[in-house]
Design a protein around this ligand. Structure first.
Ligand code: G3I
Ligand code: 9MR
Ligand code: CA
Length: 553
């Protein structure tokens, strides 16, 4: 039987690159020392003192850190502390996150709408086509003279947002942007990976083929009559836990909004510059994406404050954002970087623009990531500002990391719906800082967050399905719940713990704890802590690929 997670040694259940920082979190009180034991021969390869005992308020636990960064020899190990059960095994080796990175991208393929998943690509998770989305009706909230209520449109492809089957532009935009950024920042790493998706084997990196599945859907969400973008393509209510092809309720295009237009614009203009290298395989796309982006930008300038709220009869995810200054900065920056047109730089006041860890409502990381990567395209007078702002955020997160009992910069306010996504977006910003500075601690903070989602946390779960010794089995993901395969679809990052417990009324079992970092339920009922989404997987793609590249230098 499994040890009570609160008295267990917490460790990254995949492991580490030989030269990475390597830390385990140990419940305080049992002993003063720890050992690292090679599981192949039972030999102790390293022994040292545990760090200072401190309380981690988000878990309520008193813990000590076991730092074995000095161990670089490849192998399989456990952390041993007298009086406690050995930790889960971990590996030290090159390419330790390679398969994880592949699977976390492949998860998007498993969430494709409008296509059958064949056994040759999907194995046990093969399934019939769901949601052709070839006759989607204009909802009353989206009716216009050119497209009255009931007008039927074709809007196929795209990824299901999450455990539900709807397709939301805001969340699609940030997710696709993050995948494109992963490619843009580390192209050599992604060029030859083989994900075994239908497009594998063509001349385009699989990550870009997969992203194209969603980009081609996004283009259909723009109204060609005015450049505006519908907020989402949705049923009126969430479906039950059925397979995609059994979820056949009518689908609608709902109201346009400023957030959708700007997310669309920013993402399309990034796509335009990324796919310019793949004109032969995707002819015309780069140009089409750029003009779509410009039209959406113009619509947003003319309609700068259209907040999307669900109409009375629509009860699916809202993704309601009411602050657009961040999305304006993001879209303007991407347009400026891609076109070089000074007009777009004139739209942004960088000194006043926020930099923070991004989430679906706050595009406060993306423009900085893009500028950091394309610094030579940023006007010279602004380059120092980009560096200073990124360094400032990194310093803030390093301070939190240093102060944290568990050596992870997650504070109480970071435990929201999708807290594991927060952790990965933090890591992504630290890796952005790492690319601009040579402070090795930036990489260490990113590593600490990777450790956190892969098991060095108070629940003892490695939160990625199929990766680790104790992983979620009952994610809130309709295909995983409805199919006949016991194991959930692999490569999905569960939302993670937080005290909101908005699903408590729908759950037949109680949460094990109210503490932010322990308030997690591996149960289908728990859409608030155990759903999966394209926007939480995306920064995990970025981070696992980046660590793979940067740790091996
Ligand atoms: O913004 C307030 C903040 O001011 C307040 O202090 C805090 C206290 O609870 O709540 C904050 O609002 C939260 C909001 O997310 C922003 O973080 C809400 O409580 C919380 O319920 C809301 O959760 C969102 C959830 O949908 C419910 O609407 C998640 O962020 C969002 O990721 C999630 O997205 C869903 C889609 O709607 C449908 N598809 C699946 C997807 C993932 O579950
Ligand atoms: O299943 C839905 C999930 O995909 C959404 O993210 C979540 C967001 O609110 O809502 C879930 O649907 C639940 C609904 O909100 C309340 N009744 C129970 C539904 C799940 O069974
Ligand atoms: Ca916003």
């Amino acid at each position: 039987t499994e040890p009570d997670a609160s008295s267990a040694i917490q460790v990254n259940q995949l492991g580490f690159y030989p030269r990475a920082a390597k830390v385990a979190t140990v419940p305080a009180g049992a002993a003063a020392d720890f050992a690292l034991v090679n599981t192949a021969n039972g030999q102790v390869v390293y022994q040292s003192e545990l760090g200072e005992a401190k309380v981690w308020p988000v878990s309520g636990e008193t813990v000590q850190l076991a730092d074995f960064s000095d161990v670089e020899a490849p192998g399989r190990y456990v952390v041993r502390v007298e009086g406690l059960a050995d930790s889960a095994p971990l590996e030290i080796r090159d390419a330790v996150y390679g398969e994880l990175n592949d699977a976390v991208i492949k998860a998007y393929y498993f969430n494709r709408a409008s296509t059958e998943l064949l056994a040759e690509h999907a194995g046990d998770y093969a399934r019939p086509m769901g949601h052709p989305d070839d006759s989607v009706a204009i909802h009353s909230s989206a009716a216009s003279e050119a497209r009255p209520e009931g007008t039927e449109l074709s809007s196929p492809k795209g990824w299901y947002d999450a455990g539900d089957y709807n397709k939301y532009i805001v969340n699609s935009g940030i997710s696709t942007y993050t995948l494109l950024a992963a490619y843009e920042h580390f192209p050599a790493f992604y060029r030859d990976r083989d994900l075994n998706i239908p497009e594998s084997g063509n001349a385009v990196p699989d990550l870009l083929d997969e992203s194209m599945w969603n980009l081609s859907w996004m283009l259909t969400m723009q109204d060609p009559h005015d450049g505006g973008v519908y907020h989402k393509l949705t049923t009126l209510n969430f479906s039950g836990a059925v397979m995609p092809h059994e979820a056949t309720e009518p689908r609608y295009m709902v109201q346009k909004g400023t957030a959708a237009a700007l997310n669309f614009a920013a993402t399309m203009v990034v796509a335009s510059r990324v796919y310019a290298d793949y004109e032969a395989e995707y002819p015309g796309f780069s140009e089409q994406a750029l003009s779509a982006a410009k039209a959406a930008w113009d619509w947003a300038k003319a309609n700068p404050d259209v907040i999307y709220r669900n109409p009375e009869d629509v009860r699916t995810g809202e993704y309601g954002d009411d602050e657009f200054s961040d999305e304006f900065v993001w879209a303007a920056v991407e347009l400026a970087l891609t076109t070089g047109d000074q007009r777009y730089w004139d739209e942004v006041e960088l000194a006043e623009a926020a930099i923070e860890v991004p989430n679906w409502a706050d595009a406060v990381g993306q423009p900085w990531m893009s500028m950091a990567h394309h610094l030579e395209q940023v006007p010279e007078a602004l380059q120092a500002q980009v560096k200073d702002k990124v360094a400032g955020l990194a310093q803030h997160l390093r301070d939190e990391w240093r102060a944290s009992a568990s050596g992870v910069p997650m504070r109480a306010q970071d435990f929201v719906w999708g807290s594991n996504g927060v952790a990965m977006n933090m890591a992504m910003m630290m890796l952005t800082a790492h690319q601009l500075s040579d402070n090795p601690e930036n990489l260490q903070v990113a590593q600490s967050l990777m450790d956190y989602v892969l098991g060095r946390n108070p629940t003892g779960y490695s939160y990625v399905t199929g990766f680790g010794t104790r992983t979620p089995l009952h994610i809130h993901h309709r295909p995983s719940e409805a199919d006949t395969v016991v194991a959930p679809v692999p490569g999905f990052l569960a939302g993670g713990p937080h005290s909101g417990q908005q699903d408590a009324g729908d759950c037949p079992v109680a949460y094990p704890s109210d503490k932010p970092a322990k308030s997690y339920l591996d149960h289908w009922c728990s859409y608030a802590s155990n759903e999966i989404t394209i926007n939480w997987n995306a920064p995990l793609v970025y981070v696992s690929g980046a660590l793979e590249v940067l740790s091996e230098r």
